[in-house]
Design a protein around this ligand. Structure first.
Ligand SMILES: Cc1cc2nc3c(=O)[nH]c(=O)nc-3n(C[C@H](O)[C@H](O)[C@H](O)COP(=O)(O)OP(=O)(O)OC[C@H]3O[C@@H](n4cnc5c(N)ncnc54)[C@H](O)[C@@H]3O)c2cc1C
Length: 504
């Protein structure tokens, strides 16, 4: 007997809403009927320009052509993030989408690097990463699919967030998602089970469903407001609660294949080069600087002519206690938010959608075990990101402003304290089998921000220092050769007209 499609109602047409609707319609084709409600009067957050490499598998899994996607969203390529002034003013490092050297005889490369450091070598760890070297040289080409040096990195996109949602909307409607314009003014629940049954629009129209995806942004209309799901506040560790966003014109010829995050006295600012402009924003803590002051600071530091007035966005760091309660699954800002320091929000949205598809209630019957598993996985993702973000603030020697004094001296979550202790004592990074940010990411931030371990793996003493030095020199030479053979980022980007939104 043919299965009856499950009626899924998505509330919200921002990035999260359209990503969810498109994925469910594509991946569960025939098993779901998807309707999305959005309100032009309310609008979308419309920021979120930097992504992680996982976005590529999202685009690919929907069968979307990469060049068409880049053209539609005015995208550039991204090899990592350049962090400036975080550990100490005047210092910078790149957190690459790629590895540092290779494990040798089961021992991580950074242990060999630490051994040579102890013997006086001064080359930064970044000089053993192809992604870092390519980014520093403003060069780009996609990695190879073999096991050579040229395969040791990944890439993501930097795109215009106001264009990503509409692109996904067009795609989703093309594969059968029904779009309804209107403002939801009432959420009805079953008096016995408490499940959501109906969304009522202004004007009285009623939309019924079996599974509801709450993508209503910070409002969290169904999960937060209607079901009253609790909120875990993390602002004691991540005190930034505002951003002043300000796009500007390009003034240079180069388009950097990376995002820049520059620490500021009361937070940090982003700089994201797109095809047609540069995205900028000051992410700050309102306990340490006023909105007006932050706006004038960002207006004073952007390189090119400002393309708008600064726009202030307000948020809180944290997440809902459960992202899936009853028959409501929150995705995107409705489920939580962590500041955009490591471009993780769209990733968290993507992972929630992936887990939901894996655990999707067949024929609408929700198995509580699937719901619990979904919540466990989403929590795990958020918790991992949270600790990693806190590290960027806490691992600092900065004492030049009350903000940095606060984050430097604050108590961090036990989970992070344990990871930092392990690193400081042994040079080891806690192993994950899933979730975000593996060894290379932690190593990049620890070493980039001057957190040096007291010891490292004793096995590196087996080869002589000369042998290690020779092997590392050969790796640097190979990286230099690879980078020299890569085209410039702008050159690569503009080589194919079909990925260009504007003539370069
Ligand atoms: C300052 C800042 C910088 C960021 N930078 C990054 C970044 O670099 N990388 C990254 O990955 N992420 C970033 N993010 C996060 C990113 O912007 C969000 O993940 C993304 O925009 C998803 O938002 P959303 O769809 O959940 O919510 P929204 O964009 O707010 O969409 C909510 C939707 O719900 C609808 N809605 C709400 N109430 C109703 C109602 N009553 N009736 C009908 N419709 C309703 C709205 O109309 C809208 O369509 C950033 C966020 C902020 C605040």
């Amino acid at each position: 007997m043919a299965r009856r499609p499950v009626k899924v109602v998505v509330l919200g047409g921002g990035t999260a809403g359209w990503m969810s609707a498109a994925s469910l319609a594509r991946m569960l084709s025939g098993l779901v009927e998807v309707e999305l409600i959005e309100s032009e009067d309310i609008g979308i957050v419309g920021v979120g320009e930097a992504t992680l490499p996982h976005i590529r598998s999202f685009v690919e899994s929907l069968g979307i052509d990469e060049n068409a996607f880049m053209k539609a969203t005015h995208a550039t390529y991204k090899l990592g993030i350049d962090f400036r002034d975080f550990g100490r003013i005047g210092e910078n490092y790149i957190h690459p989408f790629g590895s540092f050297g290779e494990e040798v005889a089961g021992v991580g490369f950074h242990h060999y690097w630490l051994e040579l450091q102890a013997r006086g070598m001064t080359e930064p760890i970044g000089s053993y990463s192809l992604a870092v070297a390519a980014a520093q040289a403003n060069r780009f080409r996609p990695p190879t699919r073999d096991s050579s040096l040229a395969s040791t990195f990944g890439y993501a996109y930097q795109f215009d967030a106001t264009l990503f949602g509409p692109f996904m909307r067009e795609f989703a409607i093309g594969i059968g998602v029904r779009r309804t314009e209107g403002k939801v003014v009432e959420v009805r629940q079953d008096p016995v089970t408490g499940d959501v049954t109906t969304l009522v629009l202004e004007g009285g129209r009623e939309i019924e469903g079996e599974l509801f995806i709450d993508c209503s942004g910070f409002r969290s209309i169904m999960l937060g407001q209607t079901l009253g799901e609790g909120w875990e506040d993390w602002s004691q560790w991540l005190p930034c609660d505002r951003a002043a966003a300000l796009p500007c014109e390009f003034v240079r010829d180069e388009i950097e294949p990376y995002t820049r995050c520059i620490a500021m006295p009361a937070g940090w600012r982003w700089r994201i080069p797109l095809q047609h402009r540069i995205g900028n924003g000051y992410v700050f803590s309102s306990a340490f600087i006023s909105e007006d002051e932050a706006c004038s600071v960002i207006a004073g530091v952007v390189e090119g002519r400002a393309l708008a007035d600064p726009r202030v966005l307000r948020f809180r760091a944290g997440r809902r206690t459960r992202s899936w309660n009853r028959n409501v699954v929150a995705v995107g800002l409705a489920s939580g938010f962590l500041e955009p320091l490591e471009s993780t929000s769209i990733y968290l949205t993507q992972m929630a959608i992936t887990y939901l598809i894996e655990l999707f209630p067949r024929e609408g019957e929700i198995d509580p075990r699937d719901r619990a598993e979904f919540n466990r996985l989403v929590d795990m993702e958020y918790d991992r990101v949270r600790d990693f973000l806190i590290l960027h603030f806490h691992a600092t020697t900065r004492n030049d402003s009350p903000f940095w004094d606060h984050v430097r001296t604050m108590e961090v979550p036990d989970t992070l304290a344990g990871k930092m202790e392990l690193w400081r004592e042994t040079g080891r990074v806690e192993k994950y089998s899933d979730g975000l940010f593996y060894d290379a990411s932690w190593i990049a931030v620890y070493l980039g921000q001057g957190v040096m371990p007291r010891r490292h793996d004793p096995r590196v003493k087996v080869p002589s220092a000369e042998q290690i030095g020779r092997a590392m020199g050969a790796l640097q030479d190979a990286i230099r050769g690879e980078v020299a053979a890569m085209p410039g980022h702008r050159e690569y980007l503009t080589a194919r007209a079909e990925r260009l939104a504007v003539s370069q």
